[in-house]
Design a protein around this ligand. Structure first.
Ligand code: MN
Length: 254
């Protein structure tokens, strides 16, 4: 099995290294990842500039390719030009920070996986919830690996992204279980602190907070908070299929 490993935290991120070490058990892993941190870059791509690439040793066994671009650029370039053949699986992560709820929209980690699915390669996004402690990426990677093995043995699905999140655990603590759950779509309550820079010019800092509503109990955000691994299948087709049959939309035909 040929696996493309990428992320949005950059090719030197500890989560990527931890993922590499467990994924090797499944076959050959090639790393193509951003040269710089691209968190919250979403599904941006580079169309008006060069995509420079550099060889970067990830560990003693693997030299990856870094790309001066976005996570989705890495997947496109890897599949088109860098890998010897189309990979069997694309894995994105392990991201430093959860990608549940509406964060999925902004996530570069998820965008890389969605790009792969769009290009016809099964994809898995891996994200680790952060708390105030030091993250245990090696332990998280083992927990992710259990879910990856089950996803593979159930049959990889072309065109679908499996978005997997793991709670902030340290060895030997175990998650309470695995929950397949829908994405929570409650918005953050956006707030911007207005401050002045040393030259007296105003700037704004996003200090958004998120409060879970009682209706959100059966979502990814709640299950992850409660200590479960969460798995959410994602799609890239943004068509609102229900609205195609709504009279207010249907009657736009002319
Ligand atoms: Mn990130």
């Amino acid at each position: 099995m040929l696996i493309l490993l990428t992320n949005d935290d950059g090719i030197r991120a500890p989560g990527l290294l931890a993922a590499l070490r467990v994924l090797r058990r499944l076959g050959e892993v090639q790393v193509v990842a951003p040269e710089t941190v691209q968190s919250a870059a979403g599904h941006g791509i580079t169309i008006n500039g060069p995509l420079r690439t550099y060889p970067v040793p990830v560990d003693d066994e693997t030299t990856g390719t870094s790309v001066e671009g976005r996570p989705a650029d890495c997947v496109k370039l890897a599949i088109q030009k860098i890998l010897p053949q189309k990979p069997d699986l694309v894995v994105s992560g392990i991201n430093s920070g959860a990608n549940v709820g509406i964060n999925v929209i902004y996530s570069g980690t998820v965008a890389a996986a969605i790009e792969a699915a769009f290009l016809g390669v099964p994809a898995i996004a891996l994200s680790l919830l952060m708390d105030r402690g030091v993250p245990d990426y090696e332990h998280a990677a083992e927990i992710f690996f259990e879910s990856i093995q089950r996803i593979i043995s159930n049959g990889l699905i072309t065109g679908c992204v499996m978005n997997v999140n793991v709670p902030a655990l340290r060895a030997p603590d175990r998650p309470k279980g695995v929950r397949v759950v829908p994405q929570c779509v409650r918005p953050w309550s956006d707030q911007y602190d207005k401050r002045l820079d040393p030259r007296g010019n105003p700037y704004y800092w996003n200090t958004a907070t998120f409060d879970l509503h009682k209706d959100d109990q059966h979502t990814d955000v709640a299950a992850l908070r409660d200590g479960y691994v969460t798995i959410t299948p994602l799609m890239f087709d943004l068509t609102d299929s229900k609205m195609l049959d709504d009279s207010r939309v249907k009657s736009l035909n002319g």
